[in-house]
Write a new protein. Sequence first.
Length: 285
Amino acid sequence: MVKYIDKLLDPKIDYVFKRIFGYVGNEDITKGLISSIIQKEISNVELDNSTILEKDLLEDKVGILDIRAKIEDKINCNIEMQIVDRKNIEKRILYYWSKLYNMNLKVGKDYENLEKVIVILITDYEIDSLKEIKKYETKWNIREEEYQKVILTEVMEFYIIELPKYEKYKAKTKNEDLNRWIKFIKEPEVVEMGDNKEIKKAKEVLEEISKDKRERYLAELREKYILDQKAIEDAGYDKGLKDGMSQGRKERNIEIAKNLLKLNMSIEQIKKVTGLTEEEIKKLK
């Protein structure tokens, strides 16, 4: 007897995303997604065997739930699903790339042994620096300014997918497999899988974890954490707090603290965000 699913979990929640694409045993699914993004056939993908601990989710210790994969035993790949706009994402993906690239260099080995690293970033927001680009998927390399067909090195490759641009620009891409994968990530209930076996399997995995009480609990924990982060941003932390603190505008910190109190944020969290003392925050209640 098939258990009724009230609602499928949202694949954009990074816990759910990793549970589908980063779970050992789901290599075929991950291979299908990566192949559609880089537009190359892949024969082998090996996933990092790291697990997500319930304790860490409860204590908000998990900042980034990224996926690490090895392609064809020679290419390292980092995949991240990002919902909250934390700013400076361009610098962050360079950092992810450098960490993976440096991990390849063993003591006593030559630089020629360093392996290629691909970083794939999927965002549920538009990136400010890419606003003028009229497509939802972009590929980045190091290129010569005048001779832009000349790539300095093949070891660095970035792919950025901005989900909010999908509906507007999906018709511009001839990559139907990628369109289907993005549709699955955005709206898994209505995706048309065509003859794509990997997407079908991904939906089956999503249905399975959506029926599991513990999986739903962990996904909801993570979603709550993400919503809290968004609330902090909406209250003015990312968009105004740093400027206000640097200019010594205590009044702005007080206004932000009032907003966060309305959102039932803890005094300890508000202290970290605003820099106000516990006594100052209690006076605002």
